[in-house]
Write a protein that binds this ligand. Structure first.
Ligand code: 0L1
Ligand code: MG
Length: 262
């Protein structure tokens, strides 16, 4: 059996991503791997992404809704990184050629106007630093077989990061975040419904959680960054040939063409 280290786990996760190869979770072989170690591994993979020229575009939260927590069997919200290599333009299809088993989920997204620094930031204070609110769709892609992981595994894996796209409508942070609803349609059929209330009761709570968590690692949220507040509903498979639409009540629609098999 392999003896893993934080460094070799980081190497293996990035290799799985580059080679589109899934694997069993590390905690099967290294049960002592905990969430704190998962974040150190996540920081190391971010360092390597930046070394190869990627730029941070923001942060993403994971497992902020009960729907996601129950589906993934992990009840700890988590924080991870977005880079420009993950950003999709409107109309770009899901990059199937680069992903293992992508799924799509609807997100309420904050675009930051001001720098946000914790600790002790409340949801209200966090919201005061937001410039605009937008709809988003995240394309998640776990490096773990069948998306089976513990909290430590998924934190190390940058919370199943894959790609993301933003909708075109921009609204003020004072909008009704809690009441904003979304329907997820696959080929025209509604398969999930959720509201902003599903995201920790209020997506602003997710933003506060992110900045307070980042502060424990000496980090802040920077102006211009996007913050994906977490899947509002369970995700749907991005089956090649299908179209996924996230239809929000006031934030517009985000449509994703799921592309063709590579
Ligand atoms: O694979 C996963 O579902 C873990 C990441 C969670 C992403 C989210 O809840 O937005
Ligand atoms: Mg997400």
């Amino acid at each position: 059996m392999t003896t893993w280290t934080e460094d070799s786990v980081a190497t293996e996760l990035l290799a799985c991503e580059a080679e589109r190869r899934d694997r069993t979770k590390f905690t099967d072989e290294w049960p002592e791997l905990d969430v704190a170690a998962g974040y150190r591994i996540q920081s190391e993979t971010l360092r390597r992404r930046l070394d190869r020229g990627e730029k941070i575009t923001g942060v993403k939260l994971g497992l902020t809704s009960v729907a996601k927590q129950q589906r993934m069997g992990v009840d700890t919200p988590l924080v991870a990184w977005l880079t420009d290599a993950m950003a999709l333009e409107t109309g770009q299809p899901v990059p199937q050629h680069a992903l293992i088993h992508p799924r799509v989920e609807p997100e309420i997204v904050f675009v930051m106007r001001d720098r946000l620094v914790a600790p002790g930031v409340t949801a209200e204070q966090a919201l005061a630093a937001v410039g605009t609110v937008r709809a988003g769709a995240e394309v998640i892609d776990s490096r773990y077989r069948d998306f089976k992981f513990t909290a430590a595994d998924v934190v190390a894996d940058n919370a199943s990061s894959g790609a993301y796209v933003l909708g075109g409508v921009e609204r003020e942070p004072g909008m009704d975040l809690v009441g904003e609803s979304v329907e997820v349609l696959v080929d025209g059929e509604v398969v999930h419904k959720a509201t902003g209330a599903d995201v920790l009761g209020n997506p602003a709570e997710a933003l506060a959680l992110a900045v307070n968590d980042l502060a424990t690692r000496g980090l802040a949220i920077e102006p211009g960054w996007v913050v994906l507040t977490g899947g509002m509903s369970d995700a749907v498979y991005a089956t090649p040939g299908s179209t996924v639409v996230c239809r929000f009540s006031t934030l517009g629609e985000v449509a994703l063409d799921c592309g063709s098999p590579e």
